[in-house]
Structures are given as structure tokens and as C-alpha cells.
Ligand binder design. Sequence first.
Ligand code: NAP
Length: 280
Amino acid sequence: MSVLIDGKALAAKMRGELREKVSKFREEKGEIGLAVVLIGEDPASQVYVRNKIKACEEVGIRSFSYHLPQDCTQADAEALIGELVLSERVHGILVQLPLPAQLDERKLLRMIPPAKDVDGFCAENVGNLAMNRETIVACTPFGVMKMLEEYGIDPKGKTAVVLGRSNIVGKPMAMLLLNADATVTVCHSKTKNLKEVCASADILVVAIGRAKFVTADMVKQGAVVIDVGMDRDENGKLCGDVDFENVKEKASYITPVPGGVGPMTITMLLYNTYIAASRR
Ligand code: NAP
């Protein structure tokens, strides 16, 4: 039977600490501001943006919310981001993805300077992470590292396997674990002997977007299992990439879905915004 890694509790604790830091910062240097840009009418994006704005309020970060229409032009989007780049009141800029098809996403994101890139997606921040230098780290993998730290799980010398190689989760996760002295293997859809590779992991981080894909036979006895996935099962219920009920019998530590990695992601966005303001 494994220990449950409670992301919800850790997120609440971190937000409490952050509220105090933000309040102190406000007294000494002024308000911290996060610009949240939503373009178009994607319903999921609207929910994410609402949650981010609410989370900002919770810790005392001022949010500046912008909503451009679905048919907005590249020039309009660039004009808005250009303004935010120059604004003294804005310490972090978040452009909610995906963007409408007519927009050049890469060009828009490249306008955001590394110091305001609170998602940690830009090439300079990713490059600094790869070189183990001071940077802004992508929120989800950063949150996973905080969870490991909270539960006293030191990756040093451990065999870590990251399942998934996306730019926002898998790759930065692998770099963070490597920087923390784990021996890291990254798996993806073309990996051979996936089951054996996963079963060799002391720490297994799964981020593939396939409901309950990782079964107990893919997990080593006593492994730490971190489930980043946010999927729907056959009944439409929220679940992760890991077959939680069976894997929890084998793992030493495991994250649930919901209540695991998810609540940490927005918390790390707030944390990154605080870091961006502090470094200015
Ligand atoms: P993504 O961009 O779709 O990448 C998925 C990765 O998984 C790819 O590298 C893909 O391999 C690999 N993959 C897919 N099917 C596989 C299979 N059968 N065997 C081995 N590898 C396979 O996804 P993402 O953005 O990283 O997100 C992954 C999951 O995490 C999703 O469920 C997403 O909703 C969730 N997520 C959660 C949070 C959170 O806050 N909790 C944040 C972000 C994402 P290839 O590269 O070879 O195609």
C-alpha cells in the first residue's frame, strides 16, 4: 500500500506561504501583476483562464485579463502583447493556448521576453534549464519537483523514467530530474520494450494523455509514481494515465487524479510570477 502524495494540500500550503510573500513584496516594492491573454472562445481555455485569475486573487497578485475575439488578426494580438511587454505593472505574461488557427503562435510567444515568460516555455528559459542555470521552469514539472521535495523523495542516484516527451511536460521534467542527479530515461510512442523500461524506474513520471495506460506490471515494487495525465475514463470520469487502483498496491508513493499534480500547476504559475517580480 502506498503513501498518497496530496497535491491539493501542498498547493494550499504553498499558496498560503505565497500570500505572505506577495503581501510583503507589495509593502516594500508595490503590486505584482500577471497579464492573462485569452484569444477566442475555446470553452476549456475559458475555464483555465478563470481559474488562473481566481488563483491570483487568492494570493494577492493583480491579474490583468484580456480577451480578444476568435477572428482577431495577428496585428491585433501583436499590438496587445507588445503593450504588455512594455508595461511596468506586468511582471508575467500568460497567453492561453491553443490559439485560433489564423494566428502565428510561435511568433506571438517569441514576443514575450524570458523575464516575463512565467510559463517557462521560451527557448532561453528552456536552454537555461538544460544548462542547469537560473531560469523560469515550466509549471507542471516544477510542481512535480516540489511534490517530491515535500515528501522527502530525493532523485539523486535514482533511476527515473519519464513517459512522454512534450515540450511543456516530458522534456522539462526529464531535465529537472537530471539536474537533481537522477539517471533519466525519456520514453515516447516509438519506445521499444516500454513495459520493461518503465518497470526499471525508481521514479516514474507519466505524461502521455492515455487513460489508465500504466498498469501494475509496468511498475517496480516500491516505485514512486507521478501521474500528470488528465483524462476521462469509459464513464467520462476524470482519471490519470495510471491505473491508480492497481498501481497503488505496488508503489511506495503515488499521486491521485484528481488532487495530485493538477492543483500544483496553477500554484507554480503564481510562484513563477512572484519569482519574475522579485528578479526584476
Ligand atoms: P502531448 O503533448 O500530447 O504529449 C504526449 C506524449 O506522450 C508524447 O511525447 C507522445 O509520444 C507520448 N505518448 C502518447 N501515447 C503514447 C504511448 N502509447 N506510449 C508511449 N508514449 C506515448 O501531451 P502533454 O501536453 O505532455 O500532456 C500529457 C498529459 O498530461 C495529458 O493528459 C494532459 O492533459 C496532462 N497535463 C496535465 C497537466 C496538469 O496540470 N495536471 C498539465 C499539462 C498536461 P510522441 O512524442 O512519440 O508522440
